[in-house]
Design a protein around this ligand. Structure first.
Ligand code: IVH
Length: 722
């Protein structure tokens, strides 16, 4: 601290204690630093567009801290230095809300009915019939956090209060001051005079990435043996816990954010308060004064506008960086809002339209281990059925042994299950305080649960694998399904149930057996009608005529996806050449690296895999073969290009194809090894990087020239070599 401490003097009355009174310039300096820091904090936290590097901010901040320490009489609660947390408290003081904090009616209907019902109600209340013009609404996000009322007097934040029971909340000012996105002082803007009193209401929340980082930090603390630490269940709980921290120093360490969406107490218009006509206009004013307002907010017309907004947000919700649990519709015109008024504690002019929850509680009935096509063993929690994310979930993946142990999921546990969008459901965490039957810790079996072969986990791998290969019926089933899928050889109607039957009854031991079953074999299977058997026979017959890439992909070789299969087919032209290619030959194929080359070699080195291929061919599976493309001279082989920006005539894919046809590799990022960067309009950081590293840069003309030159000379090469 300052020299005052060294002399054991009490700060607070420096004049009386003989310290030099601050010269005007220091007071000014403090004011100026505060203004600068407010400005930069707003750019950084709210607009996400900092103008100065962090180090510069820190420098200004330290200067201000030093000046304030030397001049305690100039301390001010709205100083940016006050964001770091104040004294630890025993309890929060109670705050009476001058304007109650109401809640809103919630619709849970899916799709459009919630919006239509709300619009119909509003029109009825306003006495409008079907011929009246559509009502204008503001459609907002329903943030999943904690409601907060922020009181500003003469532009300075004086109080932050939770909602409490709506009438009385808790004074959490010290914690609120630590939230970087909340202005400590309103920004003054032209045409928007700052009202003497203004209460802005909104939601304190935690971004998902901040939540993950926080939990990682918590896990590290727990691992280090720090007492009393725990991880948080979801961003909402973490945010609520942080806001209600009695030690604002701890609150300051929890990364919170804020969105403004409403108004509380405010100076009346007659006394110089703001005169807003619409809710939307009010939100714009909040933004101008320095509050974050969600970008997604829209003003829309009528029920149709609300429905469209609901659909759009439902589809894009998972891409938002924070959790929402629905959307909120508000009548835009404030005069109409006043006319509509309230029923009990809810406004008639607003409604929340909830989405199905993405997280629910349920219990773990068992933990099974499933075997995938490549033998990967996946622990799966079998759950008491629960409706989450719009579907009933009975299974949730635990990914692998480490994940299952990290989450410490055990049979009998109460768990949080999450299903977001199309993502497969997963167990988020266990509610440890609900654990009753201390079931043993989950361990991966040492043998495949299906065929009993050793389950091995190779060094550096997260997964255990069954070593049984096609001896394992689970892997055989998956292999057949993979071969029969639409993107591979496509056998229509050959689905999971049928394959289970074929393999479990023992009539199908290998993939070619499927082709040998015939009508009689199929019709013998349980519950198989003649008509269905005929359809499958026809589908199998049709599948025999296929293409080389589909067949290669259908073999289910590890790391060989559709794109790689296509490249292999193009490069080698025939299956025999692929099967016999050595690793160095395989590495010539674009898309094939050492791991894929190794995997192909391993696959075709197994006699039983070659046997399967031979038998499939013997059953009549065939495809057109061609000449290898590999012999063509590839003048740009070994060169790497990076494309950036928009070229005048070529699309990115076209440019890529032209380059690849000459043997070049097209990469996504620039390094010292990049041969050329091809830059078009609005090229960004990749171009900067190229210039920095001295990598040659071409425009489209330059690229065309290069391509013409190399293909001419390549032609010359082939001609002369003939
Ligand atoms: S408006 C009088 N707008 O949802 C209207 N509330 O019951 C007051 N919430 O706990 C609320 N996002 O914290 C409003 N865009 C939004 C909101 C929102 C989330 C929360 C709010 C309150 C509950 C409403």
């Amino acid at each position: 601290m300052s020299t005052l401490d060294l002399f054991g003097e009490m700060p607070g009355h420096p004049e009386q204690q003989g310290t030099t009174p601050p010269v005007q310039s220091e007071r000014e300096q403090i004011e100026q630093l505060r203004a600068q820091l407010h400005h930069h904090a707003h750019l950084y936290y709210t607009l996400d567009a900092p103008e100065v590097p962090d180090a510069e901010y820190d420098r200004l901040f330290k200067r201000l801290q030093a000046l304030e320490a030397a001049h305690p009489e100039l301390a001010s609660t709205d100083s940016p230095t006050q964001r770091v947390g104040a004294a630890v408290m025993d309890a929060f003081a109670s705050v009476r809300h001058r304007v109650p904090m109401l809640s809103i009616r919630t619709e849970t209907d899916t799709e459009s009915s919630g919006a239509q019902a709300f619009d119909a109600r509003v029109r009825r209340e306003l006495g409008q019939d079907d011929t009246a013009p559509a009502i204008e609404y503001v459609a907002e996000l329903k943030f999943d956090g904690l409601a907060m009322s922020l009181r500003y007097e003469n532009g300075v934040l004086v109080q932050g209060a939770t909602r409490g029971d709506g009438e009385n909340g808790e004074d959490v000012t010290a914690n609120v001051r630590t939230i970087g996105q909340i202005p400590l002082r309103l920004q003054s803007v032209a045409h928007r005079p700052i009202p003497p009193v203004l209460e802005v209401r909104g939601e304190v929340y935690m971004r998902r990435d901040d939540f993950e980082t926080l939990n990682e930090r918590q896990r590290a603390k727990i691992a280090a043996g720090v007492k009393g630490e725990k991880t948080f269940v979801n961003p909402r709980n973490a945010a609520a816990g942080a806001v209600r921290q009695l030690d604002s120093g701890i609150a300051a360490e929890r990364p919170l954010s804020f969105f403004a969406y409403g108004l509380g107490d405010v100076t009346p218009v007659s006394e110089g308060g703001p005169q807003f006509k619409t809710h939307f206009e009010m939100l714009q004013a909040f933004k101008a004064w320095g509050f974050p307002v969600a970008d997604e907010i829209q003003s829309v017309q009528g029920a149709a506008g609300l429905v469209a907004f609901h659909q759009h947000i439902a589809q894009t919700r998972d891409r938002l960086p924070f959790d929402i649990d629905g959307v909120v519709y508000k009548v835009n015109d404030l005069a109409l809002q006043a006319q509509l008024g309230f029923v009990t504690r809810e406004p008639r002019w607003a409604v929340a339209h909830k989405f199905p929850a993405q997280e629910e509680l349920t219990t773990v009935v068992a933990i099974d281990v499933q075997v995938g096509r490549t033998g990967k063993l996946t622990p799966v929690a079998k759950l008491t059925p629960v409706f989450v994310g719009g579907v009933t979930v009975t299974n949730a993946t635990l990914h692998n042994e480490d994940e299952a142990r990290r989450k410490d999921v055990r049979v009998g546990d109460t768990v949080i299950v999450r299903r977001a969008g199309d993502v497969i459901p997963e167990v988020v965490s266990v509610l440890l305080d609900k654990r009753v039957d201390y079931a043993p810790v989950f361990t991966m079996p040492s043998h495949c649960p299906v065929c009993g072969s050793d389950a091995v986990r190779e060094e550096g791998e997260a997964d255990h694998r069954c070593s049984g290969g096609l001896f394992c019926s689970a892997q055989r089933k998956q292999a057949i399904l993979h071969f029969a899928q639409r993107r591979a050889v496509e056998v229509e109607g050959l689905g999971e149930k049928l394959v289970d039957q074929m393999v479990d009854s023992g009539v199908v031991k290998t993939l070619p057996d499927v082709y040998r079953l015939g009508f009689v074999g199929l019709a013998q299977l349980d519950r198989m009608a003649d008509k269905s058997a005929q359809n499958i026979v026809a589908a199998l017959e049709a599948s025999k005529s296929t293409t080389l890439p589909r067949f290669v992909f259908g073999l289910g070789i590890r790391h060989v996806g559709e794109a790689t299969a296509k490249e292999l087919a193009r490069h080698f032209g025939s299956l025999d050449r692929i099967m016999d290619a050595q690793e160095q030959d395989l590495l010539q194929v674009s898309d094939v690296g050492p791991v894929v080359a190794r995997s192909l070699r391993t696959f075709f080195d197994q006699p039983h895999n070659r046997e399967v291929v031979a038998q499939l061919r013997a059953c009549g599976v065939h495809w057109p073969e061609g000449e290898p493309a590999a012999q063509a001279v590839q003048p740009l082989a070994g060169q790497t290009f990076v494309l950036t920006g928009t070229l005048p005539t070529l699309s990115r894919d076209q440019a890529k194809a032209l380059l690849e046809a000459q043997g070049a590799k097209v990469a996504g990022s620039v390094s010292k090894k990049t041969s050329y960067v091809v830059a078009g309009a609005e090229a960004g950081s990749k171009l900067d990087k190229a210039l920095e590293l001295g990598v040659p840069v071409l425009d489209e003309d330059g690229l065309q020239q290069l391509l013409t030159t190399v293909s001419d000379s390549a032609q010359g090469d082939t001609e002369s070599s003939r």
